[in-house]
Design a protein around this ligand. Structure first.
Ligand code: KG4
Ligand code: ZN
Length: 338
């Protein structure tokens, strides 16, 4: 089965063609247009600009993916598109285009929940993942831990009480004037650092429940920067900047993984998936590997190109979901529930 997957829920416009085989999905092609240059000056995604850019990029991105796969649209057995959650203007562009293409060519169509896409990104490297699986989905908008009983279901275990973990990276890079998006820049600075600065104190929750909070971390970073004159303008090569970035990512990685052993015990999970843009982080990948080895569970962290938002993960999820009977009556949903 050939599947065209389309994703435009935030600031990445991406299309991919996969072939679903009994051994799992195989990527035939992927095209992606970044909007970093457009949103960079604002330090974050501007929804209206992103939506307009998707409109301009969409046709080229789809044509590019089909050309790289050397296949015409009508060869597709299915079109899969992100239905939500996300920025509604951004979702609508690809969503509407995909319905029109499916209707014109008579191709079965399926709307995909964005987070099922992030889960299914793990199918490329681990098609035989043992379930139940814990799925840690971390991005600029999400910091959620789910229990997945198969590739099509996600049951929420816990989520952040405030900011997403990706924001801690993006805001830190912004405060240090390092550029946008912050995650990859902080990661590079941290890897070059000879040592880490002092660790950050984890938040305490009054009810003692396993949970996450990242807004206090943002404030703690701001206070530290304020204590060191000139640090905000020192640049990526300054060892103090490197040390701060390293301590930030060591902190974020350890906080993210802290609840995993408890949930593993409680759910009997046999594997751990870490996906979403923040799963590109080198320290999180290393700490997840060490933890999975210690717990004796299978770890599936997708290749970085499948971790950030991309069309391939939507195609992979679309391949395991049932196509919709009435695509034309469906709409994109900014707050789509699971
Ligand atoms: O999944 P994604 O592409 O888009 C959303 O759905 O948000 O994730 C983007 C987030 C941004 O916050 C970005 O800074 C972060 O992922 N990110 C990283 C790294 N690469 C991307 N965070 C930490 N380390 C990285 N290497
Ligand atoms: Zn995402």
């Amino acid at each position: 089965m050939l599947v065209l997957g389309l994703e435009s829920s935030c600031d990445d416009c991406s299309a991919a063609v996969i072939r679903e085989t009994p051994e799992g999905p195989k990527l035939l092609s992927m095209a992606r247009k970044s909007q970093d240059e457009i949103h960079g000056p604002y330090g974050g995604v501007v929804p209206e600009l992103a939506a307009r850019e998707h409109l301009l990029q969409l046709r080229g991105v789809i044509a590019d993916a089909l050309a790289k796969a050397d296949l015409p649209l009508k060869a597709m057995d299915r079109i899969a598109v992100t239905r939500g959650p996300g920025l509604v203007g951004c979702l609508l562009t690809t969503f509407s285009a995909s319905k029109a293409m499916a209707w014109r060519e008579g191709i079965p169509w399926v709307g995909v929940h964005h987070l099922l896409g992030h889960l299914n990104a793990a199918r490329f490297g681990a098609p035989d993942l043992p379930f139940p699986a814990l799925a840690l989905l971390v991005s600029g908008g999400h910091t959620h831990l789910y229990l997945a009983r198969d590739w099509t279901s996600l049951e929420l275990l816990q989520k952040t009480r405030d900011d997403a973990a990706g924001e801690a990276f993006d805001k830190t890079a912004r405060m240090l004037n390092l550029g946008y998006p912050g995650g990859p820049i902080v990661d590079t600075c941290a890897r070059k650092a000879a040592k880490a600065a002092a660790p950050f104190t984890p938040p305490k929750f009054r009810d003692g429940k396993a949970s996450w909070s990242f807004s206090g971390l943002k404030t703690a970073v701001r206070l530290r920067i304020g204590q060191e004159p000139g640090l905000d303008a020192a640049g990526a090569e300054d060892p103090r900047v490197g040390a701060l970035c390293r301590s930030l990512q060591e902190t974020v990685a350890s906080w993210l993984l802290k609840p995993v052993p408890g949930w593993r015990e409680e759910t009997g999970a046999r594997s751990l998936v870490v996906s979403g843009g923040v799963a590109c982080n080198s320290e999180l990948r290393a700490q997840a590997q060490a933890l999975a080895a210690k717990l004796g569970i299978v770890l599936a962290v997708p290749e970085p190109r499948f971790c950030t938002d991309n069309g391939a993960m939507i195609a992979a999820a679309g391949a395991v979901l049932a196509p919709s009977d009435e695509p034309l009556s469906l709409n994109a949903d900014a707050n789509l529930p699971l």
